[in-house]
Ligand binder design. Structure first.
Ligand code: ADP
Ligand code: MG
Length: 206
């Protein structure tokens, strides 16, 4: 039987993401201080704290509604580039899931795929440009196979940004000097998929 996941699972995922970002905020900010403006950890921490609060106050009834509400909250709380980009990822993923009460991993992967396409359209970046897409694109492919494969692919994608030259976002202003540093957004995207795997594992689903 194929396992399905309800709104509560998506809420637990986002709470796990908030916890991971809280623990890793200093590292994210350090990475952003090398090739950006040293606010990525603080940006996401603030955004995810607001997301957690919104979800606790009024937990939406469907997986799609959880992600849509979280995305909206990120867009309105995070000033940096990552707010609208992650907000768009979650909103488009949520909209793609529609009103379904429960979703499968395959369905979630498909919807996240639509979310990642929306991120690419909004920011004009592709995999290889040294952005969050370098983790997100392979992560969605991995997730079609398993939660673990999604996690591993995201982490691999984030590490693979080190030798790349940034072509989008603030880091692109550095040109060649962006080479040799891991992209902060790809690193936080890896946290997203690690938390998803952890959440699935806690359900005995991974
Ligand atoms: P800001 O760059 O405005 O300070 P953050 O520091 O919060 O915002 O986020 C920086 C991260 O956002 C980068 O490491 C990169 O992964 C991601 N990013 C920036 N621009 C783009 C873009 N056009 N497309 C995809 N991701 C992007
Ligand atoms: Mg920044």
């Amino acid at each position: 039987m194929t396992e399905t996941f309800g709104a509560d699972f998506l809420v637990r995922w986002l709470i796990a993401v908030a916890g991971a970002v809280d623990r890793e905020a200093d590292r994210l900010t350090e990475l952003d201080s090398a090739i950006g403006d040293a606010d990525h950890g603080a940006n996401l921490k603030r955004g995810l704290a607001a997301v957690t609060e919104t979800l606790a106050k009024e937990p939406p009834a469907t997986p799609g509604a959880v992600l849509t509400a979280a995305g909206r909250q990120l867009i309105s709380t995070v000033g940096g580039a990552s707010g609208p980009l992650y907000g768009t990822l979650l909103r488009r993923t949520g909209k793609t899931l529609g009103d379904d009460e429960r979703v499968t991993r395959a369905r979630l992967a498909e919807a996240l795929g639509a979310g990642v396409t929306a991120v690419s359209q909004l920011g004009g970046a592709q995999a290889g440009d040294k952005t969050m897409l370098d983790a997100l694109v392979p992560a969605v492919e991995g997730l079609r196979e398993s939660f673990w494969a999604g996690r591993a692919a995201a982490e691999e994608g984030a590490v693979a940004t080190v030798p790349l030259r940034a072509r989008k976002g603030r880091a692109s202003y550095l040109g060649e000097r962006s080479v040799g540093h891991q992209d902060p957004g790809a690193t936080s995207s890896a946290l997203l998929f690690a938390a998803l795997d952890d959440t699935a594992r806690a359900e005995g689903a991974a």
